[in-house]
Design a protein around this ligand. Structure first.
Ligand SMILES: Cc1cc2nc3c(=O)[nH]c(=O)nc-3n(C[C@H](O)[C@H](O)[C@H](O)COP(=O)(O)OP(=O)(O)OC[C@H]3O[C@@H](n4cnc5c(N)ncnc54)[C@H](O)[C@@H]3O)c2cc1C
Length: 470
């Protein structure tokens, strides 16, 4: 655990007076100190150090958030908003100490409006709870980042993506409006319960994806959709990853856009089978595509699956398996377990570079080559349909293992950027990917972003040290 410093250069400390004031705002039970803060010192980023907060504060409503921020701003204390801490880039970790503002008590689903196709939620609502609530009313929230225990506030702040992005897009495509507390304590509302807006700068979209560096999201209006009739999965094994990925553009050109196209390699399949204690039909194959289809009814699903299956066979698939209903759900659950399975040994790390879809095969090939050149074992998996490749190198058990990992990451980010991609497709920058972002952003763009940050947050108290340094 990193040493706790109650005060950093330029920042105020969480003094006894501040603690009293915080208790006055959120109540005794809403303030944690000492060892009870351990769980707030890290997120799910692998191999990252833990940083103890000065204090954990759990507001119950927007006005309490506003008062905490005003106090922090006056005393120049860093504030790190936190959802469920499932992030993979260290974004919710208080690297400069100060206040961790945990949104866990703000977990009410305020409204599911069946006539307006919207849900209005507090930021601490867990994604799984939202999905259940909207489904019970015959509606659908299609964004599906793999971790259902994440909060909607965290999803908004990281612009979470996931497996359904090919068809539906990512979180920002479903955020219609926000309420947010600024570091000054002012509360603003952006957007609303409408789906079109052409009225000045779009602050909803600016705050979405800002990783808690601009404001604290205190309410979210989300767009909903009618649910699909049927979901099916086409599993297509190939004898090489290259062949599998080369098939993707052909699938995307079909008349029906799949909800997602995931790719898996044999090694990743094997560790996951061991992890879940169950074998899959793709056990023995080098690489496989998992193509997720949504259709109005069984007949349509059968037709689409058969078209997609035939196309895969034409592009070199060795076989094709189609799963519906429970079986399809099991396969999707299996896919979600791939990262936890890879990560379980504690030596895996992950980059989630995104590249233009036309370059995905070349990117995967070159990333694999880089892993050989550097001498680092790697798992490759991810969202083949949207160009977002999850690259998981395993820390080699050799004296220069850490240096090899750093070299590999450097090469992979450079490669992705050289192909017109971006550092992160869905997990965000946090503090762990900050050096890579800073090395690839054009100076004018970085400078503009810093000026935007300071317009919101002149004292740089909001999640300082994340995305870029001021
Ligand atoms: C097994 C596993 C699988 C995953 N799969 C995916 C995936 O497929 N796609 C994907 O996109 N992500 C995935 N993730 C990453 C993670 O679930 C997402 O980044 C998620 O959006 C984080 O939500 P959270 O509530 O845990 O946020 P946290 O980790 O607590 O915080 C993330 C960021 O949001 C900020 N934040 C949180 N709440 C607020 C608020 N109210 N106001 C302002 N800022 C706030 C924090 O300051 C931080 O910067 C996965 C994680 C795991 C562990």
């Amino acid at each position: 655990m990193e040493a706790l410093m109650s005060s950093r250069p330029g920042y105020g400390s969480v003094s006894a007076v501040v603690l009293d004031a915080l208790r006055g705002i959120v109540g005794e039970s809403g303030v944690l100190t000492g060892d009870s803060m351990q769980d707030y010192a890290r997120d799910e980023a692998p191999n990252a150090a833990a940083f103890m907060p000065g204090v954990v504060v759990k507001p119950g409503d927007a006005s309490q958030v506003s008062r905490v921020l005003r106090l922090a701003n006056e005393s120049k204390i860093p504030v790190t908003p936190r959802g469920a801490g499932t992030g993979l880039s260290g974004a919710a970790v208080p690297i400069l100490g100060g206040i961790v503002l945990s949104m866990e008590r703000m977990n009410r689903i305020l409204e599911v409006d069946e006539n307006n196709f919207t849900a209005t939620v507090e930021p601490g609502v867990i994604l799984r709870d939202l999905c259940q609530a909207v489904e019970s009313k015959g509606l659908y929230y299609p964004v599906y980042p793999g971790e259902m225990t994440a909060t909607l506030g965290g999803n908004v702040a990281t612009n979470a993506g996931g497996m359904r992005a090919v068809k539906y897009g990512v979180t920002r495509n479903f955020v219609l409006g926000l309420e947010a507390a600024l570091p000054s304590g002012e509360i603003i509302e952006t957007g609303g319960q409408y789906i079109k807006c052409s009225s000045a700068y779009d602050l909803t979209q600016l705050i979405t994806g800002s990783e808690g560096t601009l404001a604290v999201v205190t309410r979210i209006v989300l767009r909903l959709m009618p649910p699909p009739g049927q979901r099916s999965v086409v599993l297509a094994p190939f004898d090489s990853l290259e062949k599998a990925i080369d098939a993707v553009p052909h699938i995307l050109r079909q008349r029906v856009l799949p909800m997602g196209i995931e790719f898996l390699e044999r090694d990743g399949v094997h560790v996951t089978e061991e992890f879940v204690g169950k074998e899959t039909p793709i056990h023995q194959y080098e690489a496989s595509l998992m193509i997720i289809i949504e259709a109005e009814n069984e007949g349509e699903a059968t037709r689409i699956c058969s078209d997609v299956g035939e196309l895969c066979l034409e592009r070199g698939a060795i076989d094709v398996f189609v799963a519906n209903g429970e079986r399809a759900a099991e396969l999707l659950a299996f896919r979600e377990k791939v990262w936890p399975a890879i990560a379980q040994g504690g030596r895996a790390d992950m980059a989630d570079v995104v590249v233009p879809r036309k370059h995905i095969a070349e990117f995967v090939r070159k990333a694999r080559q880089a892993s050989r050149d550097v001498g680092v074992g790697v798992f490759l998996l991810g969202h083949a349909g949207d160009g977002n490749v999850h690259i998981s190198p395993i820390l080699p058990d050799v004296p220069d293992g850490a240096a090899r990992m750093a070299d590999f990451f450097h090469r992979v980010y450079e490669l992705g950027i050289s192909m017109g991609g971006a550092v992160s497709g869905e997990h965000g920058i946090g503090y762990l990917k900050k050096p890579y972002l800073e090395s690839v952003l054009a100076p004018a763009k970085l400078d503009l972003m810093k000026r935007i940050k300071l317009a919101f947050d002149p004292n740089n108290i909001m999640n300082p040290g994340k995305i870029f340094d001021i």
